[in-house]
Write a protein that binds this ligand. Structure first.
Ligand code: DGJ
Length: 700
C-alpha cells in the first residue's frame, strides 16, 4: 500500500504526518527536517515493554483507548451512553504544499471527523477540526481537544495567569507525569486566560532555545493541557471547554472546533512572538492605517460628562497632536453611574440635550476622529430594556445569576436581544461620524443558560456575528475589544477587532510586564497603551512623565489623563512625544520585537528592530533599585554585525530621573558596530527606580 504522509515546513520548522494502521500519527513537530525522511515514523516505533501490549500501538492523533491510548482522548462523547468509545480510520488523505486535510470515519459510532493542518511561511500551524454526526440519533459531544506531540527536551511549561489590572503574568514550571490543565470558565476568554501555552527547555530564554507554543482561537470557555503519560510520551493540547450538554449533534449536524494556532521556535520566546506577529499581520483584516494617537477620556471624566469640559480637553488634545478622541462610558440613557442604563443605547438627553453631534463636529473640526464606548452584551436591571425583557438574560431555570458591577449578561444568541443591540448600536453609528467603537465586557458569565441549555458557545458565536455585521454595515468602523481591561484578548476575537485594551492598569510600572507578556502573541500595534495620570488611579503611584511616555510608546499609543491639568512643560513634552510616536510608528508597529535577556533582575531592555536591520528603538527600564552600583551593560541583539550604527539616548517626553553624578559618556552619542552592540554593549546608567528612557540605533 502506498504510504500516506505529509511534510509541512517553513524555513525553520517541520510537521510530519503519516498514516499508520489507519491512524494519523504526528511523527515530528519541531526543528526543520531535511534529507531522506521516508523512515522517520518507522524509526520512532517503540519497543515492546514488559507487562505491556503484544504489538506496538499507534493511537495517533485521535488518542483512542481502542488503539491502546491511556491518556486523555481527543474526542469524548456518546449517544445516550452508546458509541462512547471510537476507532476512527483515515478514509481520505489530501496533501498539497503546506496544507493537509484528513478525513476519519468510524462506521460503528457513525461519526466523521475532518482535521485540517495549515502551516504558513512563518511556521505557524492552524489546526482545525469538524465533527459530523453521520448516524440518525443525537450525538452528545463532551469535548474535542486539538493535540500536538512534544519531544522529551521540553521539560518546562510557561503559561499566563491574571486578574483585573494585572493580566498575563507568567508562570513557569517543570513538566511532570500527569496533566497540567489551564481552564477558563469566565464565558469570555478572561483576565486569567492564558494567551498561549508554551513548552520549553530549562534553558530557553527570550533570545535562544527551543519553544513550542499553542494558542486557542476562541473567546468563550477553553482549556489548555500539557500531558505527560507514564509511558514517557508527552503532548500539548487546547480546545473549547464545553458545558454539560452544550453540544448535542442531531443527525447530520456538525461541530466546528475553534482552531488551535501553534508554532515552534529555535530562537526562544522572541522567535515565537516573531512568528505569531507575522502570522497576525498577514491576515487580510489586519489594521493597515497608521494607528491613530488616541485620547481616551475615561480617567479624565468618568461619568461626569460635560460638554464644556470635553471641549477644553479636546483643545489641549489638538494642541498635542491627538488623532482620535474617545468618549467612554456614560453617554447613554440614565447612565449617570455604573448602576443603570446598560441595554438602552440611546443618547442621554439629560447630559447631552443637543445629542452628540455638536461635540463630534467640534472634535472633527480639529481634524480628530471620534470614538464611542458600548457594552452591548450587558444589561443593568435598572434599564428600560430589562424592564421590558427580563427573559433576555443568560440564566438557568427561574434563577437570576448573581450581579457583578450591578449588571447581568444579555443573551445575544436570542434573536430579539441580538437585534435590539445590533439596531440600537447601528442607529447611533448611522447617525454620527464615528470612526471607532470601544466594546467593553465587564463581567463573567455564570449559570449562563440560553433557552434552557448552556449558552456560552452560542453567546461567543453571536458576538462574532454581531461584530462582523456591524463592520459590514459600517465598512470603515474599527472596534476595540475591551473587557474590564484585557479580559478578551485572544486569537478568536482578533479577526473581528482592530485593537485590544490591554489592561485597566495605566500605571506604567505595572504596565511594563503586562505589555511585555501580552505581546508574546499579540503584535504591539493591536495593544492599547496609554499615558496615565501623574498619580496613577489604580495604584496611587506617582511616576515621571518620561517613564509613562516611554511605556506607552511601545503599542497603539494614547493618553488617558485629564490633560487640561498638565503643566505647560508637560504639554510640550506630550507634543514632542506625539510627534516622535507618529514619525516612528511604522517601525514600532511593523518591526521585530526584541526582549533582551538582560542579566540583572531590576531592569528590562526591550525594543523593536527594522526587518532590514537599518534602525532599532529600544527602551531601558529600571523597575527597581539596582543591587550593585553599576548595572549590567546594555547589549542589543538583532542588528547587522558588520554595519556601523549611531547610538543615541533620546528623551521625547523629558529625561528620566538619574541617580548619578555624570551619566555614561556614550549617552552623548556614540558609533559602534552591530557586533559590538550585541556583544560588548554600552554601560547602563544608574536611574531612580521606575524610570526609563529610549535608545535610538541607526545604521550609518
Ligand atoms: C472598563 C474598561 O476597561 C475601562 O477602560 C472603562 O471603559 C470602563 N470599563 C467603563 O465602565
Amino acid at each position: 500500500m502506498v504510504k500516506q504522509s505529509a511534510l509541512l515546513r517553513s524555513e525553520s520548522s517541520s510537521l510530519l504526518l503519516e498514516v499508520i494502521d489507519g491512524a494519523l500519527v504526528i511523527a515530528h513537530w519541531g526543528a526543520l527536517l531535511v534529507g531522506d525522511l521516508a523512515d522517520v515514523a518507522t524509526a520512532s516505533q517503540v519497543s515492546i515493554a514488559n507487562s505491556s501490549w503484544d504489538h506496538v500501538q499507534n493511537p495517533g492523533i485521535m488518542r483512542e483507548s481502542s488503539r491502546g491510548f491511556l491518556g486523555r482522548p481527543t474526542l469524548s462523547g456518546h449517544r445516550s451512553g452508546r458509541a462512547w468509545s471510537t476507532k476512527f480510520e483515515v478514509t481520505k488523505f489530501y496533501h498539497v504544499d503546506n496544507e493537509c486535510s484528513i478525513t476519519f470515519h468510524d462506521a460503528f459510532a457513525e461519526l466523521e471527523i475532518l482535521i485540517n493542518f495549515d502551516m504558513d511561511t512563518f511556521g505557524v500551524i492552524t489546526q482545525s477540526a469538524t465533527v459530523s454526526n453521520r448516524g440518525d440519533s443525537d450525538y452528545t459531544l463532551d469535548e474535542y481537544i486539538h493535540w500536538l506531540p512534544l519531544p522529551q527536551e521540553a521539560t518546562q511549561s510557561l503559561d499566563f495567569i491574571g486578574r483585573w489590572s494585572n493580566e498575563r503574568q507568567p508562570q513557569r514550571r517543570d513538566i511532570g507525569v500527569g496533566s497540567w490543565a489551564r481552564e477558563s470558565r469566565e464565558g469570555r476568554s478572561g483576565h486569567n486566560f492564558s494567551i498561549a501555552d508554551i513548552a520549553l527547555t530549562a534553558q530557553t530564554s527570550f533570545q535562544s532555545g527551543a519553544a513550542w507554543a499553542t494558542s486557542i482561537a476562541w473567546s468563550g470557555n477553553s482549556i489548555y493541557l500539557i500531558e505527560r503519560g507514564f509511558d514517557g510520551g508527552q503532548s500539548m493540547g487546547a480546545g473549547e471547554l464545553l458545558l454539560p450538554g452544550e453540544v448535542i449533534l442531531a443527525a447530520g449536524a456538525s461541530y466546528s472546533a475553534p482552531a488551535m494556532v501553534s508554532v515552534y521556535s529555535q530562537q526562544g520566546l522572541d522567535g515565537l512572538s516573531a512568528a505569531f506577529h507575522s502570522h497576525i499581520r498577514a491576515r487580510s483584516m489586519h489594521p493597515q492605517r497608521p494607528r491613530p494617537l488616541t485620547l481616551n477620556m475615561w480617567e479624565a471624566l468618568y461619568f461626569n460628562h460635560d460638554e464644556a469640559a470635553i471641549r477644553e480637553l479636546v483643545d489641549v488634545a489638538a494642541e498635542i497632536g491627538i488623532e482620535r478622541v474617545v468618549l467612554d462610558d456614560g453617554w447613554f440613557h440614565s447612565r449617570r453611574n455604573d448602576r443603570a442604563g446598560l441595554g438602552d443605547w440611546v443618547i442621554d438627553s439629560s447630559v447631552w440635550p443637543d445629542g452628540l453631534k455638536p461635540i463630534i463636529k467640534y472634535i472633527n473640526s480639529k481634524g480628530i476622529e471620534f470614538g464611542l464606548w458600548f457594552e452591548g452584551e450587558m444589561v443593568n436591571p435598572d434599564s428600560d430594556l430589562y424592564r421590558a425583557h427580563p427573559e433576555w438574560i443568560l440564566h438557568e431555570g427561574d434563577r437570576t445569576p448573581p450581579l457583578w458591577r450591578h449588571q447581568l449578561v444579555l443573551d445575544i444568541a436570542h434573536e430579539g436581544a441580538y437585534n435590539h443591540v445590533l439596531e440600537q448600536t447601528s442607529a447611533i453609528l448611522e447617525a454620527h461620524d464615528i470612526a471607532y467603537i470601544k466594546w467593553d465586557h465587564n463581567r463573567v458569565l455564570v449559570d449562563a443558560g440560553h433557552l434552557g441549555r448552556p449558552g456560552v458557545r452560542s453567546q461567543t458565536q453571536a458576538i462574532y456575528r454581531l461584530f462582523a455585521e456591524l463592520k459590514q454595515r459600517h465598512p470603515h468602523l474599527e472596534i476595540e475589544s475591551c473587557a474590564s481591561g484585557g479580559a478578551r484578548i485572544d486569537l478568536g476575537v482578533i479577526d473581528y477587532v482592530d485593537r485590544f485594551w490591554t489592561s485597566d492598569n495605566n500605571d506604567a510600572l505595572e504596565r511594563q510586564s503586562i505589555q511585555r507578556w501580552s505581546a508574546q502573541v499579540i503584535p504591539p500595534e493591536m495593544l492599547g497603551t496609554h499615558i496615565g495620570p501623574t498619580h496613577g488611579h489604580q495604584t496611587g503611584r506617582t511616576l515621571e512623565l518620561s517613564m509613562r511616555a516611554t511605556t506607552a510608546l511601545f503599542g497603539h499609543a494614547g493618553i488617558e489623563w485629564n490633560i487640561t491639568e498638565a503643566t505647560e512643560q508637560e504639554r510640550a513634552y506630550l507634543k514632542s512625544w506625539a510627534t516622535y510616536y507618529k514619525s516612528n510608528r511604522a517601525l514600532l508597529h511593523g518591526g521585530t520585537m526584541i526582549r533582551v535577556d538582560y542579566p540583572d533582575t531590576h531592569g528590562y531592555l526591550h525594543g523593536v528592530s527594522a526587518h532590514d536591520k537599518s534602525r532599532a528603538i529600544f527602551a531601558y527600564v529600571q523597575l527597581r533599585p539596582t543591587s550593585v552600583i553599576h548595572p549590567a551593560p546594555l547589549k542589543f541583539p538583532g542588528l547587522d554585525a558588520k554595519a556601523t550604527y549611531s547610538v543615541n539616548a533620546v528623551y521625547p517626553a523629558g529625561k528620566p530621573r538619574f541617580m548619578l553624578v555624570t551619566p555614561p559618556q556614550w549617552m552623548e552619542g556614540i558609533k559602534l558596530s552591530g557586533s559590538a552592540l550585541a556583544n560588548s554593549g554600552v554601560a547602563a546608567p544608574i536611574l531612580a527606580p521606575a524610570n526609563a528612557f529610549i535608545i535610538e540605533i541607526t545604521k550609518i
